[in-house]
Design a binder for this molecule. Structure first.
Ligand code: R5P
Length: 308
């Protein structure tokens, strides 16, 4: 087996190879002046199992082309089995036609991945209407989660935590993390107005049986109130993209007296200065290293190595 680091996966590929005690090689990736990509394996990969590590951030579309080129070239050069390790996998939110005439991007990406790879491993994929990876890919797929790593981080660094999920979908991360730590969790309500505008509010109803909704109305029974003022608030979500979801969440929680706030996510994309904007609120921001960024303190290489 050889672990190959694509241009946006090398920050993890070397660590994964070390953990597996397998050789690591970076893929040579260059661009022509007109931005076309050229890549090259500088090792012999004939009859080898190739693990291609590529995360999909920054110029996401280039990352996709590169991964597909790398897989097809590997097959062409005689590789035996080709696995895609995608710490962060893109386009999962565009899994249906929301407006007439739109493309279902996920379907196209999945079709190409199916064609070029034998197996795909993804950390905390943002699954919406497609409930499992088996519904998305025909090839063998493995879904990993960083929940235990996030829980470990909180246990080590944050005492007296109260976990908050900013929207109903985040309950998977918020609730699971709280369960592992053994602390309380609550879920807020988010309405997305546009890609850069969301409204976060206290919830009146909640879809999950376990999570307490966060009520503020005086008509709500007392047992539903959570002690926000005296807790270390930890907002947990899978993705921070522009940061607007968490900016609104922080604003709302501060209004109810929250003082110490930490935000933890799996995938820290931090588009459009998202990290800077979030840091300005005074909250501490932490992410896993599925995407490299200045606050990527939680290392996912171990869970990937184990899955391989
Ligand atoms: C969406 O449902 C995800 O879980 C995140 O909440 C979302 O991607 C965050 O996006 P942004 O940081 O741009 O608000």
């Amino acid at each position: 087996m050889i672990v190959v680091g694509c241009s946006h996966g090398s920050h993890l590929a070397k660590k994964i190879a070390d953990k597996l005690k397998k050789p690591y090689f970076p893929l040579e990736v260059t661009h022509f002046p007109d931005s076309e990509i050229k890549l090259r394996y500088k090792i012999n990969i004939k009859n080898k199992d190739i693990v291609l590590v590529q995360s999909f951030y920054g110029n996401v579309n280039d990352c996709i082309i590169e991964a597909l080129f790398a897989a097809e070239t590997a097959a062409d050069l005689g590789a035996k089995k080709i696995t895609l390790v995608a710490p962060y996998f893109p386009y999962l939110r565009q899994d249906k036609r929301f407006n007439q005439g739109e493309c279902i991007s996920l379907r196209t990406i999945a079709k190409n991945v199916d064609e070029d790879f034998d197996r795909v491993i993804i950390i905390d994929p943002h699954l919406h209407r497609e409930k499992t990876l088996k519904h998305i890919f025909k090839i063998s797929s493995t879904k990993l989660t960083a929940d235990p790593l996030i829980a470990d981080y909180i246990k080590k660094h944050i005492k007296n935590a109260l976990i908050i999920g900013p929207d109903v979908e985040s309950y998977k991360w918020a609730e699971k993390t709280a369960e592992i730590i053994g602390c309380e969790s609550a879920i807020l309500k988010k309405d997305r107005i546009s890609a850069r505008k969301v409204k976060v509010s206290f919830n009146k109803r909640i879809d999950t049986k376990k999570s307490k909704a966060l009520f503020v109305s005086s008509k709500i029974p007392k047992e539903f109130f959570l002690d926000i003022k005296n807790k270390n608030i930890v907002i947990v979500d899978d993705i921070i993209s522009t940061g607007h979801t968490l900016l609104e969440t922080i604003k709302l929680l501060k209004k109810t007296g929250a003082k110490k706030i930490t935000c933890i996510c799996v995938h820290g994309i931090f588009a459009e200065n998202g990290l800077k904007k979030l840091r300005r609120t005074g909250a501490k921001i932490i992410s896993c290293n599925t995407i490299p960024n200045p606050v990527a303190k939680i290392d996912v290489s171990e869970i990937i190595a184990k899955a391989i």
